[in-house]
Design a protein around this ligand. Sequence first.
Ligand SMILES: *Cc1c(COP(=O)(O)O)cnc(C)c1O
Length: 232
Amino acid sequence: MSITDNIIAIRREIDAALERRKEHGLEVFPVKLVAVTKNQNIASIQAAINAGIDAIGENRVQEALTKRDGIQGPVDWHLIGHLQTNKVRQAVASFDLIHSVDSERLVFALDKAAAKLNKRQAVLLQVNISGEETKFGVETDQALGLADMIMSSSNLKLSGLMTIAPHFPNPEDARPIFREMYQLFMQLRSAGGVHTTIQWLSMGMTNDYQIAIEEGSNLIRIGTAIFGPRQY
Ligand SMILES: *Cc1c(COP(=O)(O)O)cnc(C)c1O
């Protein structure tokens, strides 16, 4: 299957998952598909953009910078990988949305860099809802505190939440994690009232995106299902 065919197939799956959500009487949000392009070449990325992709997710600041000059067309750049404080300035200069904010230290550094660059940087708070030790992300009980800290910065805009579920052989096992994330997302949204900037719930990858959408995700990050297995 071509990259275009893969994207068409994913869009069908998204619609089917939203339909299932609707059948359960749950609120339905339009879902944004971010193409994850780590380890992909320019030709593949361009093929995805030509097939309608308008948001690119990269894990590393440097890798994104070396690719972006070769790419044609209006796309948003999303940083989805862990961000080190020494890369913050470059990240703020280059990315429309940073998904991986997970510490006070990083919030301070981002606030400072955004002020210097005269930019209001949109960010997501990455939550480690499963409590896995190996994963990045703020612990659930600290999420609201860190969200408050981001919201009190005039240089940052809290646009939502992100999580990476553990890779379960059966993606159904990720459902409780996604459900808990959705509750946290709705709690933050309603606390913000009608003027809330919180709009994105970033969860779901190739293995588990249908379940994530059934549980309320509106931003999925897909690599393998678009481009095939990564070559390292
Ligand atoms: C690699 C990656 C993805 C995409 O993973 P696939 O399983 O290839 O769809 C999504 N999110 C993050 C944070 C990633 O690192």
